[in-house]
Design a protein. Structure first.
Length: 404
């Protein structure tokens, strides 16, 4: 059971007033708020354990190194990866996808090779591949969706050719909320001997992820969407793949030896972590993962599902309400349009009532084109949200409706 009063107490920002009204924060898909333990961990890191890590002989450097490597192990356990060498710290999902796109293309693709993505991808799982397409002449194949916002799996199966080198798909859509059958997708891809990258930016905060059970080849997520700090994220990669791929960036930390004649690269995971890593961010991320673990992902999923069902029912009370994405498997994200009310107007007016939602294309313009719209209003929930907040949100939409 979720102890909502105690949880809300952990997030000081939730007590805030916005425009004189208590804040209702429904923009969790963009970023989540931070519990006290995470902020305190950052503070404690800078006050007590701050020194550049690796190779330091002095106490503070060793303590900081230990904390950073312990954080890697926390991430490893969280994802159920088999080795800490499979956990690469990045700046976030976007950087992790760019890393794979760049290194995988260099090592494994040539002109005419194909990558399968889907129409529901975030720009960060489209544009890195387009950059590689321009550089190396690879081709993108796009899986469409059905009217409920689910991937068309029959079409997906037909997209494989002998030139398919990688499948790169989102686990949970940041617009539709659709949770894709990623295990089935990975099985299908592996039957064609094709590895799979999973964009877990939206799934990891809401669904228990076991990369070993999924047999994912690459799995990426961002710290800030799972109650951790901004500027840190994770690339999980099977060791055999990471070993095969060339470094993404050059610099300190990622080398074994450097001379002007020849440089050799460090072993995993350091080969992919050029420069001073965010060793404060990594430990704060680990703290966030422990926090989520204490509440329990099964409890989180059950409670958020209850909120999703309630919000969806209440939104359907409005005449002229269009909800985008009604997948059988759906996370707590609702994108909608009410009659002809522009999403921007809805977002602005709700903000005056202290209610934070996101409006626009949500970094998924190709999906908007497929839906034949320019944008939506999006309310995305967390385990710290409540039915009372949903009631205030519904009352807010009623007020906006009356103004039009
Ligand atoms: N993929 C998805 C599905 C997302 O929702 C987001 C963030 N909105 C990203 C990727 C990019 O994450 P970040 O900006 O943290 O790199």
């Amino acid at each position: 059971m979720i102890d909502i009063a105690s949880i809300r107490n952990d997030f000081p920002i939730l007590q805030k007033e916005v425009h004189g009204k208590p804040l209702v924060y429904f923009d969790n898909a963009a970023t989540t708020q931070k519990p006290r333990v995470v902020v305190e961990r950052i503070e404690n890191g800078y006050y007590n354990v701050n020194a550049n890590i690796h190779r330091g002989v002095h106490y503070l450097s060793q303590a900081a190194t230990e904390a950073h490597e312990e954080a890697r192990k926390t991430v490893q356990r969280f994802l159920h990866a088999s080795s800490p060498n499979e956990i690469i710290f990045t700046r976030g999902t976007t950087e992790a996808i760019n890393l794979v796109a760049s290194s995988f293309t260099d090592a494994c693709m040539s002109e005419g090779d194909e990558v399968i993505i889907s129409v529901m991808e975030h720009h960060s799982n489209i544009v890195p591949w387009q950059l590689q397409a321009a550089r190396k002449g690879i081709t993108l194949k796009v899986v469409p969706i059905n009217p409920r916002g689910e991937l068309c799996l029959d079409t997906f199966r037909e997209l494989f050719t002998e030139r398919t080198r990688l499948v790169s798909l989102v686990h949970m859509s940041n617009v539709l909320g659709t949770v894709n059958p990623i295990k089935e997708i990975i099985e299908e891809a592996h039957a064609h001997d094709v590895p799979v990258l999973v964009d877990g930016a939206q799934s990891v905060p809401h669904i228990r992820v076991d990369v070993t059970e999924l047999d994912a080849d690459f799995y990426v997520f961002s710290g800030h969407k799972i109650y951790g700090p901004t500027g840190i994220g994770v690339l999980y990669g099977k060791e055999e793949w990471l070993d095969r791929l060339p470094p993404y960036q050059g610099g300190g930390e990622m080398i074994a030896t450097v001379s002007f004649e020849k440089t050799t690269f460090n072993e995993l995971p350091f080969k992919f972590e050029a420069g001073t890593p965010d060793y404060i961010g990594s430990t704060a991320l680990a703290e966030a993962l422990r926090y989520v673990g204490r509440i329990g992902l099964a409890e989180i999923a059950a409670y958020e599902h209850e909120l999703l069902v309630y919000m969806t029912e209440r939104l359907k009370e409005f005449e002229g309400m269009r909800i985008f994405g009604e997948a059988a498997q759906k996370g707590a994200v609702v994108s909608f349009l009410l009659r002809e009310i522009h999403p921007y107007d809805m977002g602005m007016l709700l903000d005056r009532l202290g209610i934070a939602v996101r409006t626009g294309h949500h970094c998924a313009q190709p999906l908007m084109q497929a839906l034949g719209i320019e944008g939506t209003v999006r309310a995305s929930l967390s385990f710290y949200n409540t039915k009372e907040e949903i009631d205030r949100f519904i009352a807010g939409i009623r007020r906006v409706e009356q103004m039009f």
